[in-house]
Design a binder for this molecule. Structure first.
Ligand SMILES: NC(=O)c1ccc[n+]([C@@H]2O[C@H](COP(=O)([O-])OP(=O)(O)OC[C@H]3O[C@@H](n4cnc5c(N)ncnc54)[C@H](OP(=O)(O)O)[C@@H]3O)[C@@H](O)[C@H]2O)c1
Length: 264
């Protein structure tokens, strides 16, 4: 006979382990019909290249509507002519709250509250020890990587709360959970994202989620700043997209406040 105290200690641990295995399996499965056909409205910042652009094309391919932004006007024009309506791309700087406010107002009136809000836009510092990072560069990075995320959340979240549903994903990094030399300002910003997101998760009503997400290590322009030519030996954007799109689409309120990593 199994002793009841043994069950009380072991059962929750076994269940948790079982749950983790089930979820890992789920990520590797092809998407089911409902997931791929249910149209979501997805807001993504930083869509002009890298992971933002990969998420944009991946979601649109499955029939979702993407509302994106980036500073580069030329890229935004290209995205608008490539994907067309109902997708919508705007040139703006997330660090400029007035621009974000107008953008959110226009999108919310046209599309309603998004189902998924992905704060992806960020920059990295030119590699240097902390004391050699110019103060203006440090401030600029904080304005984009931390305050830019807060700006977007401030102007989109009230509509999501009103509706009582929606998932907010804030792109973190391995450097939001560990450190390396010469990326101190970037590390500081991503550790801030982890803290800010988990605090936000405790403020949200039931039915919503805020998730700090490390994407893994992917060969983008940002990675080239860090690793130079060696960046090419990391996961390609195409391989990342295949794993990341289904992973992002299955996030749910059960993930609220849990730091996650795309399984690449
Ligand atoms: N690649 C990796 O291995 C890796 C690892 C860990 C975390 N991450 C995170 O993943 C996210 C995407 O990284 P990535 O590698 O794809 O970077 P990336 O190739 O440098 O792309 C960054 C995107 O953000 C946009 N952006 C930057 N500043 C902006 C601003 N002020 N306003 C609006 N858009 C802005 C850029 O467009 P414009 O220049 O046109 O504005 C660009 O579209 C970032 O949050 C990054 O920290 C990446």
């Amino acid at each position: 006979m199994v002793h009841s105290s043994w069950l009380m200690v072991r059962a929750p641990r076994m269940l948790r382990k079982h749950w983790v295995c089930m979820r890992q399996l789920w990520y590797t499965l092809p998407m089911n019909h409902e997931q791929s056909t249910m149209n979501k409205v997805i807001v993504i910042t930083g869509v002009s290249r890298g992971l933002g652009q990969a998420m944009t094309s991946g979601f649109i391919k499955l029939g979702h509507t993407v509302l994106g932004c980036a500073r580069s006007k030329a890229s935004v024009e290209q995205l608008n002519s490539k994907f067309g309506s109902p997708n919508n791309f705007t040139a703006l700087d997330v660090a400029d709250e007035a621009q974000v406010k107008n953008w959110a107002k226009q999108l919310l009136s046209q599309y309603g509250a998004p189902n998924l809000l992905i704060n992806n836009a960020a920059i990295i510092n030119d590699l240097a020890p902390l004391w050699e990072i110019p103060s203006e560069d440090f401030s600029n990075l904080v304005d984009i990587n931390i305050k830019g995320v807060a700006n977007v959340i401030r102007h989109f979240i009230p509509a999501m709360i009103n509706r009582g549903s929606g998932i907010i994903v804030n792109l973190s990094s391995g450097w939001g959970r560990s450190t390396s030399p010469n990326v101190s300002s970037y590390c500081a910003s991503k550790w801030a994202i982890e803290g800010m997101t988990r605090s936000l998760a405790q403020e949200l009503p039931q039915g919503m989620a805020a998730i700090p997400l490390s994407p893994g290590i992917i060969h983008t322009e940002m990675l080239e700043v860090c690793y130079g030519k060696d960046a090419a030996s990391y996961t390609s954007i195409q391989d990342w997209q295949v794993k990341a799109i289904p992973f992002l689409l299955q996030l749910s309120p059960a993930d609220n406040g849990v730091p996650l990593t795309v399984p690449v």
